[in-house]
Design a protein. Structure first.
Length: 690
């Protein structure tokens, strides 16, 4: 199959890099206090970078590398002058409040060669300061920084939460992991499950905790780390959780109220929720009772609980969607969005049978799931590209216009399902499907455009289903298909799960509202194998399949391994020009599917841009490809000696660069190996997406 891609890298570049602007190297040798790179056969100076004694293996440096010579980075964006890496020497400094004196000059960028070893430096509170000769200071965020076995872009285009508890005095804190610490506080539980060591509570289940010995505590904060659809209630007195409406308990938070009726099923709201419980301590019982219940009892997406804490003092929480700087001065940008369900993404999200947005603000498509975006480019567009920040096992396919119009598209288990589900009728969701056994049912309602006279519903359903259709909001339902009655088969293994097409023309006649309802029920209510529904698609004509899509990227072909840890998270660029040829409407469809459908590690998608011209993303990058530590890791990817760029005010003289002090609660160290100052503005084009 013909592939339409550029060369692969952190940024996919299809043009030779121009010459670098003037570069000035900051001399760090007097500050070096670590031996980060182990020379061949050497023992290393001082402490290693992790408890296993690992450092960077000097034997994996590029063959062209020579101590004392300028080293051009793999993307041509900048060059570094390192200390002696190939002999026993100190060659790095552990960042902890150092202030660098800068040679006099006017600069536009500073590039840093940094290593976070062994893990990621998660603390985002510390700032790097650029101090100018006129006394002004430009402070920019320093953390988080990806760990040395991670992708350099591990944190980019993600919703990131971090809590600094250094000013908190703990009274009680325990993980809700079914361990001995948690057991001391559990009074009653019902309908609880264990997911990866974390407690979840569905349906009519609950968990009731009691914390006692609080007679002398007058003020405290309750912290509950929880996600999905939860209710958190509290009381200073015992109350039976089985009593009507949990009588005697006060609701502190109901996720459905907090999020305007939105149901969370991908932990998009997972965080620590804090409550001042002083009024309950004032009851002087010496106890508080904490009750967790399901905010949506009928659908199996109750609270996913990680920790309960009681403390004094104030925690400092950082919450932000981390976005790289983007220079679009030389680009025509047709789409630019993060895949977190924002309004900009919704303009382009065409078909979503995947999952998300997650609590990190990204989408993913596992197994047979898929995510498709549609872009309508200008009529004169002949050259364009898409750049996608994604990870894990992906297949990316392209298609031009099909002539089909999708009036509505609903996939069970996605956030959009409840835009159409008007009556759950006792049905139960099971992740990416919904079923209705016995006397249960579900009703979906769709509002089509006012000028539509013909449409088709394509419904992916299986087992012993009955499909009824009704016009308008109050028209009578009529049976459109009864699987058991028509086939004579009492299917219980979903072997009939496929897409069934229903002509809606008769339901649109004399129907000025153009509203159509679908009711799904059990063909044999006595045996418990009712409709197993996955999706409903309403179109202007019958779609015959996915033959129009052509594969252009496949992670298994590119990497040869099944990636489960996002080490290949980076920006991938796809050439859209062939799809724009002989395409008068300039419609382009980009579809993401799983390259390893059996294991649940399909594409994770974080951000997209569609553009023509040159687009520059100031992203962290690898300095060198294929570095390993002295244990030979990572096995299939390069060790993360990352290159980070900060922009400098070119109208001022830079005097000093001040680094933050290492956080007392973050044990992982950041090592600085080199720093380069760039004058002028031409170097930004060295790594533009062209």
């Amino acid at each position: 199959m013909r592939k339409r891609i550029c060369t692969m890298g952190l940024l996919m570049v299809c043009a030779m890099a121009p010459a670098l602007a003037q570069q000035t190297y900051v001399d760090l040798t007097a500050l070096f206090d670590s031996d980060a790179v182990l020379e061949a056969g050497g023992a290393g100076l001082g402490a290693a970078l992790n408890d296993q004694g690992d450092r960077i293996d000097a034997l994996t440096l590029p063959s062209s590398y020579n101590d004392g010579a300028e080293a051009l980075t793999q993307d041509g964006r900048t060059s570094f002058l390192f200390g002696p890496l190939q002999q026993a020497s100190l060659d790095a400094l552990a960042v902890n409040g150092q202030v660098l004196d800068i040679p006099d000059g006017v600069y536009q960028y500073v590039d840093l060669a940094m290593l976070s070893a062994p893990g990621s430096m998660g603390d985002p509170f510390g700032n790097i300061e650029f101090r100018y000769a006129d006394g002004s200071i430009d402070a920019k965020r320093f953390g988080p920084i990806a760990g040395w076995l991670s992708s350099p872009t591990a944190f980019e285009n993600t919703f990131y939460r971090y809590t600094d508890d250094s000013q908190v005095q703990s009274i009680v804190s325990f993980s809700t992991n079914f361990g001995a610490d948690e057991a001391k506080y559990i009074l009653l539980e019902k309908g609880n499950g264990n997911s990866g060591g974390n407690r979840f509570i569905d349906g009519t289940g609950y968990v009731l905790y009691v914390i006692d010995g609080l007679e002398n505590v007058k003020q405290a904060t309750l912290g509950v780390t929880v996600g999905n659809n939860f209710v958190i209630s509290i009381s200073a007195y015992y109350g039976d959780p089985e009593s009507a409406a949990t009588e005697g308990y006060t609701v502190l938070a109901n996720s459905m109220d907090l999020y305007g009726g939105f149901e969370h099923r991908a932990l998009g709201n997972l965080k620590n929720y804090e409550f001042d419980i002083s009024p309950y301590l004032a009851e002087n019982t010496g106890e508080i009772y904490i009750l967790l219940t399901d905010a949506t009892t009928s659908n199996g997406w109750g609270p996913y609980l990680q920790r309960i804490s009681l403390y004094t003092g104030k925690s400092n929480t950082f919450e932000e969607t981390l976005s790289p700087e983007i220079d679009a001065a030389k680009a025509a940008v047709y789409a630019l969005f993060q895949t977190n369900g924002n309004d900009e993404e919704k303009k382009f999200l065409y078909d979503n049978s995947g999952s998300g947005p997650s609590n990190r603000g990204h989408r993913f498509a596992d197994g047979n799931g898929s995510i498709t975006y549609r872009f309508d480019l200008p009529d004169d567009a002949v050259q364009a590209k898409a750049v996608v920040d994604m990870a894990n096992n992906f297949i990316v396919s392209l298609s031009g216009p099909t002539g089909a119009i999708r009036y509505n598209s609903m996939t069970v288990g996605t956030a959009d399902e409840h835009n159409y589900l008007i009556d759950e009728g006792g049905s139960i969701p099971g992740g990416d499907f919904r079923f209705a056994d016995g006397n249960a049912y579900m009703v979906y309602q769709f509002d089509l455009p006012d000028d539509v006279t013909t449409a088709f519903a394509q419904i992916n359903v299986g087992n012993q289903f009955v499909v009824e259709i009704a016009p308008g909001t109050d028209g009578a339902f009529t049976v459109a298909k009864d699987w058991v009655a028509e086939s004579g088969q009492e299917t219980t293994d979903n072997s009939n799960l496929t897409i069934y097409t229903f002509d809606l023309t008769n339901y649109l006649k004399n129907n000025s509202s153009k509203i159509v309802r679908f009711r799904f029920s059990d063909g044999i209510p006595t045996n418990g194998w009712g409709p197993y529904l996955k999706s409903i698609l309403i179109v202007n004509k019958v779609e015959t399949g996915e033959a129009a899509f052509e594969e252009v990227l496949n992670s298994m072909t590119m990497y040869g391994v099944d990636i489960h840890n996002e080490t290949n998270k980076q920006y991938y660029t796809i050439d859209l020009a062939p799809t724009l040829q002989n395409n008068p409407t300039k419609e382009v469809f980009i579809k993401f599917t799983d390259a390893s459908t059996g294991d649940g590690w399909g594409p994770g998608i974080f951000a997209m841009a569609v553009f023509s011209g040159e687009l520059s993303i100031l992203s962290d990058n690898l300095v060198f490809n294929d570095l390993k530590n002295t244990s030979g890791n990572p096995a299939n990817f390069g060790l993360d000696l990352l290159q980070r760029r900060y922009t400098i005010d070119p109208s001022k003289k830079l005097d000093k660069i001040a680094f933050p002090h290492q956080s007392a609660i973050d044990a992982d160290k950041i090592y600085l190996l080199a720093a380069t100052l760039t004058a002028g503005g031409s170097a930004v084009s060295d790594w533009m997406l062209q």
